[in-house]
Design a protein around this ligand. Structure first.
Ligand code: ZN
Length: 171
């Protein structure tokens, strides 16, 4: 039979006891150091972003051009065949206007996030990124966009070497 515990031995540490330093207090600044292997496909993809190019992998069996690139075609169950440089323009496949930040606080200016199908890649091959230089109310599925790159001196082989995608033309 279980018995409900109503009182525990000892007592809680009071704020006074903390002030009087009656208890040992250890402050430790945690500095995690780790490395993460991006893999063959994404490593090359990131290295090319640093050069201002978007690259994809082609599967010559199904003729699909995959971006983000992968070394294996999940449709054909075989390795992909070649690297292809595709454009830095594309089409908004889907988007989200977020008024809430990562800390769950309401934002003054919403974050505009979209999946951009990149021109030159197969349909439905998209990169998740930010939209910029656009009013939220003007964003549409099917809108043509173009990458806005950081200057080459600031690029570091990151997806953020592209600042955001901005609308082009009058789509
Ligand atoms: Zn394939």
């Amino acid at each position: 039979m279980s018995q409900k515990i109503t009182s525990y031995p000892g007592h809680e540490i009071t704020p006074e006891e903390v002030k009087e330093q009656k208890y040992l207090d250890v402050v430790y600044k945690f500095e995690p150091k780790y490395s993460w292997a991006a893999g063959v496909a994404i490593s090359h993809f990131l290295a090319e972003l640093k050069e201002g190019r978007i690259v994809a992998r082609k599967c010559t069996n199904c003729e699909r051009i995959l971006v983000p690139p992968r070394m294996y075609c999940e449709k054909c169950f075989r390795p992909t065949d070649e690297w292809i440089t595709i454009k830095d323009t594309g089409t908004v496949n889907t988007y989200s206007i977020s008024h809430v930040g990562t800390d769950a606080m309401r934002l003054k200016k919403p974050i505009l996030v979209a999946v951009v199908d990149i021109d030159g890649a197969s349909p439905g091959m998209g990169i998740l990124h930010n939209l910029g230089e656009v009013e939220p109310s003007k964003i549409k599925v099917g809108m043509k966009v173009k990458a806005v790159w950081k200057p080459s001196s600031e690029r570091q082989g990151s997806i953020l070497d592209i600042r955001y995608f901005k609308p082009v033309g009058d789509s």
